[in-house]
Ligand binder design. Sequence first.
Ligand code: M6R
Length: 606
Amino acid sequence: MCGIIAYTGTQQAVSVILDGLKRLEYRGYDSAGIAYPDNGNLEVVKSSGKLHCLEQSLSCIPTEARTGIGHTRWATHGVPNQINAHPHLDGSQTISLVHNGIIENHAILKHWLEARGHHFVSETDTEVLVHLIADYTRQGYSVTNSLSAALSHVQGSFALALISSQHPGCIWAARHASPLVLGSGPNGYFVASDIPAFLPHTRDVVFLEDDELLVVEPSSWRLYRASSLEPLSRSVERVEWDLQAAEKGGYPHFMLKEIQEQPRVIQDCLSGRIDSVQGTVTIAEVEQLPLPSRIRILACGTSFHAGLWAKYLFEEWADIPVEVEIASEFRYRNISFSPGELALAISQSGETADTKAGLDIARGKGVPVLGLCNVLGSSIARASDAVLYTQAGPEISVASTKAMCSQMLALLLLAVYWGRGKGVLSREAEAEIVAGLGALPGDLESAIPPMRARAQDYARQFKQAKGFLYLGRGLAYPLALEGALKLKEISYIHAEGYAAGEMKHGPIALVEEDFPTCALDLGDRVSPKLFSNLQEIRARQGPVLLLAPEEVDFAEAQHWEIPGLSWPLASFAVLPAIQLFAYEMAVLWDKDVDQPRNLAKSVTVE
Ligand code: M6R
């Protein structure tokens, strides 16, 4: 979704903001712009397309401005062109504003403003905001009061930042249901959608909550309740993210870097949670939660697949019934919860609007919520009763890879922990799992480099395929869904993920010589059933690429050997293989791997 960065301080604002926008590129965008005060006016420079277009437009405009706002836009209302790009200006050109979110009642507000003489130039919902604020300033209200008053009329979601030509060193910002964070550094203040935007400058941050309004001056900042302008106090937090983690570090793409980081991610996620000597799992973050009698998982996209994968483990090891809900569906259904039920909201970004809405519904019904998030201080993390951080480090590529690995691992640990707590899992079984987990980072470290070479070979071989079927059973079924999603989202090749047993109920009609099947096998009790399904595909001339442990013998398919890890750990070897296959296919087709078309990293609108 849209990315915002605003800056005021001692440095050259345009270059600080441009650099921040580049660091927000991963959020996905189709146009970009910057505004800054200039000799009593506001200068706005915008362009459609990638940031280098904006950079070109800016290169011929010398400016010494020390304050400004910048934006990368992911279009919701109005096509991605220069006029619709942010920042937007009011009619008198005294206020300029950037916005992430959707103003749901924009049509009514626009109509009302037009009747009061406001003239609109763009098709965006955002433009009503800047006119609404200006309507108040022209009545004599201060910018702070105007912003507060304007927001009282707005329905929808917003994170916004604005500057005024009358107050050249100041920034105003506010949020409701869209992320916004203040960075406080030695050379100035930053307001951004996400921490990586200002990570080279500071790690000291203040997370804004919903319905808060921030006023930033060159040497101070103040926080208010947006509706009443009651002053609020908030302490500055230091985040531990290091800059290197948010940079490519010599890799051609963030996605490749993040896939290869998975052994380290597993190590970090295990750290402090397993005791290899005792053979036990401890998860301090959930100690205060009662043992759930039922779990309702809320998630979207890849996080949903991680939840679906974990369902099998909660059932197997902890005998806990689990419902895995697509959050966007869940939020509009009439759901009743049972006593002892726990809602588990899974989100890498912690900002996914539908998952957050599902969480709010559960909490509203008195159900305790556990958040499983990667981004520290994110909205879902803060709104949950307890939060388990996946500790995967910043995930920059739009396609989620290491985050899913860390989610699966954290969920596996929870299943062991609660399984032991319920007495379903024996002490010996726990110790055996812990031993396997301890060896997992090393096992993968050596497996991933040769896996990449195989992925390259298979991508070349299947480059011309007209589509792919991904099949799996049991734990491999959610992985099949994920394999298909990865291929679709970065290489734009159509792929279907299916439970292998469902294949005969429809998708088998797709099978032909140029429609390969990628079958995922973990070498477990459902393997023979999978192989029967694959025979059916072979009988219809469908090529089969089988990802399976080395020892598997299935002559009818091309065998991509994965390390023979015990159940369920083989999943952690299949995951990087399907990610690498999608990656290599996208590279072969010369696609924009890290920023696939139409996609956004944090889906902060419905
Ligand atoms: O930040 P979240 O985990 O809540 O994001 C959920 C989905 O938007 C995300 O997983 C999406 O499907 C990715 N593009 C998948 O690679």
